[in-house]
Design a protein around this ligand. Structure first.
Ligand code: ADP
Ligand code: MG
Length: 253
């Protein structure tokens, strides 16, 4: 039987040289949930996302301990296919980073490299991704325009669409709305809510209101450690740890 969990993180620790950024983190992410990671700056949230698609491999002097399972696969195994992993686990960063190319090219470059060839097939991938990211209506007549001409909120949905065009299984988002206005933020949150039917989503935010609105379960990280994990509604109403209570009440962070 398929496990309830898409990702299982067991006793994960991570060091940048001598400085420890994750300390014995254990967390499970369910299929088709939006899992929130909240915590003050430098608590290790981005580091955790980086380990999940092994972008952390690119950092000289970094070291990891522990296990991360994606389905039944040990993704930290030295011989694990990292290119395939990054296709299955897509990452959207906080600052929109479209390529200085057209809207369409932003979406089709990666699928083309992954072997999709015909123009029709590629246009279909692009259209599906733009619809899923709720951007299609706004850009369907601008596919040949430079992506850099789009507004910030549109660029961020384009980056989400670009990730979706890779047909991933897991979507990691690192403070995806931190630079956006409230309307663009609401559009991204609605989009994520629709997407969770088909994906496992991990949303990092240092905005506790967003975590409370948009996630199903949440982990609170503080100084490299998991302090509390639970259903978001429960954590925000009856936090079990005083530090969680202090954080969600805005007493620090
Ligand atoms: P968060 O996303 O919660 O703000 P990070 O994962 O970015 O936290 O950072 C956790 C800790 O790791 C911080 O102390 C930070 O300074 C350190 N760190 C992050 N990236 C690097 C890096 N590339 N090299 C060295 N230290 C880093
Ligand atoms: Mg971060």
């Amino acid at each position: 039987m398929e496990s309830l969990y898409k990702i299982r993180i067991n006793n994960l620790s991570f060091w940048y040289g001598a400085s420890q950024a994750l300390d014995d983190v254990s967390l499970n992410m369910r299929r088709n949930e939006i899992f929130g990671l909240m915590g003050p700056s430098k608590s290790g949230k981005s580091t955790l996302l980086r380990v999940l698609n092994r972008m952390s491999d690119l950092i000289p002097g970094a070291r990891v301990e522990g296990k991360v399972w994606l389905d039944e696969e040990d993704i930290l195994a030295p011989d694990y296919d990292v290119v395939a992993l990054r296709r299955r686990v897509g990452l959207v960063l906080s600052k929109p980073t479209p390529l200085p190319r057209t809207v369409l090219e932003n979406l089709v470059l990666a699928p083309r490299m992954a072997g999709k060839k015909s123009r029709r097939e590629l246009e279909e991938v692009a259209e599906t991704a733009l619809k899923a990211a709720r951007l299609w209506d706004e850009v369907k007549d601008r596919l040949k325009d430079s992506a850099l001409k789009l507004s910030g909120g549109q660029q961020q949905r384009l980056c989400l669409a670009r990730t979706l065009a890779m047909e991933p299984e897991v979507i990691l988002l690192d403070e995806p709305t931190s630079g956006l206005d409230p309307i663009s933020t609401a559009k991204i949150e609605e989009t994520l809510f629709q997407l969770k039917k088909n994906y496992t989503i991990i949303l990092v935010s240092n905005n506790t209101k967003q975590i409370a609105r948009a996630t199903d379960r949440v982990a609170f990280l503080l100084m490299s450690r998991v302090i509390e994990i639970g259903d978001t509604a429960r954590v925000f109403t009856v936090p079990q740890d005083q530090r969680t209570d202090d954080y969600i009440s805005g007493r620090f962070g």
